[in-house]
Ligand binder design. Sequence first.
Ligand code: URA
Length: 209
Amino acid sequence: MGNVFVLDHPLIQHKLTYIRDKNTGTKEFRELVDEVAMLMAFEITRNLPLQEKIVETPVTEANASVLAGKKIGLVPILRAGLGMVDGMLKLIPAAKVGHVGLYRDPETLQPVEYYIKLPSDIHERELIVIDPMLATGGSANETIHSLKKRGAQNIRLMCLVAAPEGVEMLKEEHPDVDIYLAALDEKLNEHGYIVPGLGDAGDRLFGTK
Ligand code: URA
């Protein structure tokens, strides 16, 4: 069963408060999202398996550890997911990065994939889907279905802020996917915004609107 982890580290929570603040400008917003992504990467990778490696230190031979097994792939959902990629790559510089773009069909209101480009070996990778806002869950759900259809076997989802509605939808559709959040908020409002949330993550990251 997929688990939901709210990463309540004080540094993450402190920075998230300033991310939420409507008076935080684009430059600072971007920097804070980058920093929180890095801190979240630290927590998300906590259970990656290690294997032994012998190294020669300047003093003697040492039994040390390196990461074993699955390599990592980051999959930001365009466009807001891009804001968390660099922070993740600071801690996991060898990760490959795929991209998924979706738009919402104005008639059905369902997400439709318009772009996807992935590393060729996603079936061997531990994939981390990145979307700062898990609102209805439609985009993350569609992305994860798309990755599974292409052979992905291990997927985690990383978001800054989620609404309960999105978490429930993901737990139902993808019980195998662990979800990592900086905060689980109250609800969605009638415009589809997370409450209290932080507004439109893409607009705040890129200074649009
Ligand atoms: N997407 C956003 O950027 N913000 C929300 O509150 C919901 C979806």
